[in-house]
Design a protein around this ligand. Structure first.
Ligand SMILES: Nc1nc2c(ncn2[C@@H]2O[C@H](COP(=O)(O)OP(=O)(O)OP(=O)(O)O)[C@@H](O)[C@H]2O)c(=O)[nH]1
Ligand SMILES: [Mg+2]
Length: 359
């Protein structure tokens, strides 16, 4: 099936000095690596390209740019237009442990100037990475200091650059990448308004939409008193749990982690009911609802009925499945968890890129 025509291609540059952790985070977010696996990765030679199909008709064209000085020099000179042209997002990774922070910022400035020259409309995200290596009590202050310093060197992007503290060892990585992906999804507002409608119909306290392969949150709707939920990092915590679950499912069944699809999970308590279920081929929906079997059953039916509308937004060029088809799909979802579902998680080219669908 040719879904390529209507896909929105977005070029994303991943840059920063060698050893900062670029390929590590890429492998964890998009290739089902766990944090301890990344020690296996070697330094990136030149640029590693990957095309990652994401929901909302989005194709990420990710350029993981090796950070050794010789390569960077080459990007800035011979390959300047090729590398910095048509960029939607630059993600610059700073290693908090770097002993040459000033030099890192000089290199960042050079890159920012090239970006401004070739893609002035791009968005810049700076990740201050390996925060796990800093004592917990010093983290916030150090992060702020570094962010202020880097912002001052951000030239034309000063007002718009966003900063995130990250580590591959906790959910902060998911928090940062969730924001990046949200920025890139072309129809986020439409998805959000449909989710809002669904939340009202099923009287949900909260609905959270997750992309299935990366387990990153796409968006959420929070209603009523749930807005006071003190666990503000719950969205990325669930991402992290779903990802770990995928890993252990793969380990115990012997299927590749990319194919180990999540089917359904339910938690019922006297204070709330919570479930995560497949919504479309590209998304899972987590719902927190009042503790009532009637509400629970009605919610399940309504989610089922809403599936075709979400599927339409998911990949606009796919034919819209009928409700019966969606239902048949759901019934098979249980076995999916073991047998691997309708997605090819295996990579393209270098063996790690994520495929959205099998034809
Ligand atoms: N402590 C800690 N170590 C990390 C983290 N992220 C990555 N690392 C380590 O950093 C090392 C280098 O990571 P890479 O991802 O290969 O670095 P890179 O930025 O891709 O480097 P180049 O490809 O040479 O540009 C790896 O050995 C990782 O184990 C982190 O969040 N915390
Ligand atoms: Mg690398």
């Amino acid at each position: 099936m040719n879904t390529g025509k209507r896909q929105k291609q977005r070029k994303v540059l991943l840059m920063g000095k060698s050893g900062a952790g670029k390929s590590s985070m890429r492998s964890i977010v998009f290739s089902n690596y766990v944090a301890k696996d990344v020690r296996r990765l070697g330094a990136t030679i030149d640029v590693e390209h990957s095309n990652i199909k994401f929901m909302g008709n989005l194709m990420l064209n990710l350029w993981d740019c090796g950070g050794q000085d010789g390569f960077v020099e080459n990007y800035l000179t011979h390959q300047r237009n090729h590398v910095f042209g048509s960029v939607a997002v630059l993600i610059f990774v700073f290693d908090i442990e770097s002993r040459e922070f000033q030099a890192d910022v000089v290199s960042y400035s050079n890159i920012i100037r090239a970006l401004e020259e070739c893609s002035s409309g791009a968005k810049v995200f700076c990740l201050i990475h390996k925060m796990d290596l800093v004592q917990a009590r010093l983290r916030a202050q150090l992060f702020e200091e570094r962010a202020d310093y880097i912002r001052a060197a951000s030239e034309g992007f000063k007002e718009t650059v966003d900063f995130f503290p990250t580590s591959i060892w906790d959910q902060s990585l998911y928090k940062a990448w969730t924001q990046i992906i949200y920025f890139l999804i072309p129809n986020a507002a439409t998805i959000e308004s449909l989710l809002q409608q669904l939340a009202e119909v099923i009287d949900a306290r909260e609905l959270i939409l997750y992309e299935r392969t990366t387990c990153l949150m796409v968006t959420h709707v929070t209603r009523g008193t749930e807005a006071q939920n003190p666990f503000t990092d719950r969205f990325e915590r669930i991402s992290s749990i779903l990802k770990t679950h995928k890993q252990s499912m793969a380990k115990h069944t012997g299927i590749p982690a990319g194919s180990a699809n999540f089917a359904e999970m339910q938690i019922k308590t006297g204070r709330f009911m919570f479930f995560i279920t497949r919504l479309t081929e590209n998304t899972n929906l987590a719902a927190s609802i009042p503790p009532s079997e009637q509400v629970f059953n009605a919610a399940r039916v309504n989610i089922l009925l809403a599936r075709p509308r979400f599927a339409e937004l998911d990949i606009a060029s796919r034919p819209r499945p009928g409700i019966q088809q969606a239902f048949a799909h759901s019934a098979s979802a249980e076995s999916d968890a073991v047998a691997g579902g309708g997605r090819g998680g295996e990579g393209e080219g270098d063996g790690w890129a994520v495929e959205g669908f099998v034809a």
